[in-house]
Design a binder for this molecule. Structure first.
Ligand code: ATP
Ligand code: MG
Length: 396
């Protein structure tokens, strides 16, 4: 086969019992979906998937596809050969030039699944270390923290690879139901979405747009964020909800210190409407406890009571620094910090209430009568779609 081979490591799936097949099937489907134009074929052997991908597939694209797929802990481009010691050494000689840094250290890792193979793990390691020495005379052995690693796995065939990339871990998207992510242009919500995708959740996203208070640029930014997180979610829809009228109404008719709360209550109800229409059974937000006034226990307890959908807040116990590390990890940080303000900031009261009494806030919300605004916003929602590699199309 002239195809390129990628060895893929499953993480948590291998701990699954009776329903393991289901998870594996979904993972294969997800990988194939991302690499559809390249006729990928996927084989399976204990704890490993082997993806054969057409030589014409750009390496960058294949690696992006695998690095964003949950259910995979790591992957490497591998070279297979007969289970014959001379052939294994030959393959090492072929793939090593250029693959290692010429100074520093190395180790050989051997996984000998086929116990009938006549060489022990140690023998294999010694033979391969000799090959490394021929090609890289300056490298020393370091088993604990090597600069370079050559791995040899003896299974149905022998597989050799250097350099392993890490992937998302977790469980394949599509095995844990579907959520609706409230996606703002900030740092937090894209991370929240990616975290739920890592646990196998499929998700679409909603953005409340308050044009012209928030600019076209703010929308562009959210669209970019949607395209960046789409690969983690195996594709998603972005619902852009125009909510300017509703926000202006709240500003002009509500209690100033409750404005954010009233807006958030409207968001919950609007999101619930769209979620139910598109088969999502939970809402996902990027809230973290006490990060801002509307993220206190009392405030969240009030906004929770505005919907009967489960509200997931995967960042609740994280601080900003941890969230930023994750945002960098998924590649959304640089976009999130672009300066266009989000609508909450524009309409934020100077002294927002931090300890609302749920019953009182609920009564005030009812008195505002937001239903017509919510109706209209849902009707005027615009949908963008992103495929599993993050390519955008606009639904008409
Ligand atoms: P983020 O960094 O995600 O914007 P934040 O710390 O700025 O979060 P808030 O602005 O209070 O916090 O928003 C809290 C959560 O509410 C966000 O994480 C997001 O899930 C949701 N949210 C806020 N604004 C919007 C919006 N305009 N459209 C959709 N969801 C929003
Ligand atoms: Mg925000």
């Amino acid at each position: 086969m002239a195809d390129r081979l990628y060895l893929i490591k499953e993480g948590e799936i291998s701990l699954k019992g009776g329903n393991r097949n289901l998870f594996e099937k979904r993972l294969r489907h997800n990988i194939k979906d991302k690499l559809r134009p390249y006729h990928s074929e996927i084989d399976k052997q204990k704890g490993r998937l082997y993806a054969y991908i057409e030589e014409s597939a750009p390496k960058e694209l294949v690696e992006k596809a695998l690095a964003t797929t949950s259910g995979i802990t790591g992957f490497a481009e591998a070279h297979r050969t007969e289970k014959d010691m001379a052939a294994i050494e030959e393959t090492a000689r072929k793939i090593l030039p250029g693959a290692f840094s010429p100074s520093g250290s190395f180790r050989i890792t051997v996984k000998r699944e086929d116990k009938a193979f006549p060489f022990s793990s140690k023998d294999i390691a010694i033979r391969l270390a000799e090959v490394v020495h021929e090609l890289y005379p300056e490298l020393t052995v370091n088993l604990d923290d090597p600069d370079n690693t050559l791995t040899c796995e003896i299974r149905n065939e022998a597989y050799l690879y250097t350099g392993e990339s890490r992937s998302v871990g977790g469980l394949p998207v599509g095995t844990a139901g579907k959520g609706m992510l409230l996606l703002s242009g900030g740092i937090d919500s894209p991370v929240a979405g990616a975290m739920m995708a890592k646990r196998g959740m499929k998700a679409d996203a909603i953005y409340f747009h308050a044009y012209p208070y928030t600019s076209e640029m703010a929308l562009e930014k959210v669209r970019t964020l949607a395209s960046l997180i789409a690969p983690y979610m195996q594709g998603l829809r972005l619902f852009v909800v125009p909510f300017t009228d509703g926000q202006v109404y709240i500003r002009d008719n509500g209690y100033e210190e409750e404005a954010t709360l009233m807006f958030r209550a409207s968001m919950m109800q609007t999101a619930e409407r769209i979620a139910k229409e598109y088969g999502a059974t939970a809402l996902i937000t990027g809230e973290a406890l006490s990060q801002v006034a509307s993220q206190t226990l009392d405030a969240m307890s009030f906004t929770d009571s505005m919907t009967d959908l489960l509200v997931l807040r995967p960042l609740l116990g994280m601080d900003k620094e941890e969230i930023i590390i994750r945002a960098r990890g998924i590649g959304t940080y640089d976009t999130s910090i672009l300066p266009y303000e989000d609508c909450c900031v524009v309409f934020s009261p100077k002294h927002p209430i931090t300890r609302p009494i749920k019953e009182v806030a609920r009564r005030h919300f009812e008195e505002l009568g937001m239903a017509p605004f919510i109706e209209k916003a849902v009707r005027e929602t615009i949908i963008y779609s992103y495929d599993a590699m993050g390519r955008e199309s606009k639904d008409e």
